[in-house]
Design a protein around this ligand. Structure first.
Ligand SMILES: C[S@@+](CC[C@H](N)C(=O)[O-])C[C@H]1O[C@@H](n2cnc3c(N)ncnc32)[C@H](O)[C@@H]1O
Length: 256
């Protein structure tokens, strides 16, 4: 199904020398072996230089143009395939913001679930279209080049899936991310965050990231995690560094 069989492990848990950092919060969560440090991956260093210079949007575009995409798995993240098979995901309309090559978009798409993959990089969206346009479920997804913070779709979504997008954004944008997700999701829709746990970074992307960072911006908007668990299906280099969060919105409790 996937045109790209290559596996380039991102420094977001990538295939480079790891060192155990069991004193860090990321290392404690999940209890697995050592935690890989993105700052040790030269490709992450190049990405950080690109995204730091000038506008972030230009930086992402340049990273795609020059093939500096160390996060790219070359396939859907296994937990998404598992969730699709489980039949527990909302049907209707789904959104994957910051979708990159769009493997998760394609994995989620079916006649019952139309999926929009959105990325600020037009190069990314061209590449995503190239590998996926002749797949049997190609009518069930679309790729759009736009900035999630400016995009105004005509309809809301039943499901939003975020993977390595929240942690790729400058932390100053996290409240805006939550507001945007809240606006784009139907009131009874579900937000799924596959949380890449990371600490001790002096820069990003990926930026330091913990479950509490999501709670801080989502809970004031009425979101509550109905599930938060270790991702047992994380790819090997990210084992022990991922949490699956499933969030629903509940009405604000009356204090009376
Ligand atoms: C770390 S990559 C993750 C890609 C994909 N989710 C994956 O796991 O392979 C983050 C992506 O977010 C995109 N991005 C960054 N800022 C964005 C924005 N404001 N709106 C939409 N996409 C954005 C980047 O171009 C990049 O492809």
């Amino acid at each position: 199904m996937h045109a790209l069989s290559r596996r380039v492990y991102f420094g977001f848990g990538g295939g480079f020398a790891s060192r155990a950092r069991m004193s860090s919060p990321a290392a404690r969560v999940g209890g697995g072996g050592g935690v890989r440090d993105p700052s040790e991956n030269p490709a992450v260093g190049r990405l950080r230089e690109l995204v730091k210079c000038g506008e972030a949007a230009d930086g992402w575009e340049k990273s795609w143009e020059s093939g500096v995409t160390p996060w790219d798995l070359g396939k859907p993240t296994p937990i998404i395939e598992h969730l699709v098979k489980s039949g527990t995901l909302p049907k209707g309309r789904a959104l994957v913001p910051g979708c990159g090559m769009g493997y998760d978009v394609v994995a989620l798409a079916s006649p019952e679930r139309f999926v929009v993959g959105l990325d600020i990089s037009s190069t990314a969206m061209e590449k995503a279209k190239q590998w996926s346009s002749s797949l049997p479920n190609a009518d069930c997804f679309a790729f759009l080049a736009d900035d999630i913070f400016k995009w105004k779709p005509s309809e809301q979504f039943d499901l939003i899936f975020d993977y390595t997008f929240f942690c790729a954004l400058d932390p100053s944008l996290r409240s805006a991310w939550a507001e945007t997700v809240g606006d784009l999701l139907k009131p009874d829709g579900e937000l799924i965050t596959l949380i890449y746990l990371i600490s001790d970074q002096e820069a990003g992307p990926p930026f330091n990231n913990a479950v509490t960072d999501y709670q801080k911006v989502l809970e004031p908007l009425g979101f509550k995690a109905v599930l938060m668990e270790d991702n047992e299906l994380a790819i090997k280099p990210r084992k022990g560094q991922e949490k699956l969060g499933r969030w629903k919105r509940f009405g604000q409790q009356s204090s009376l």
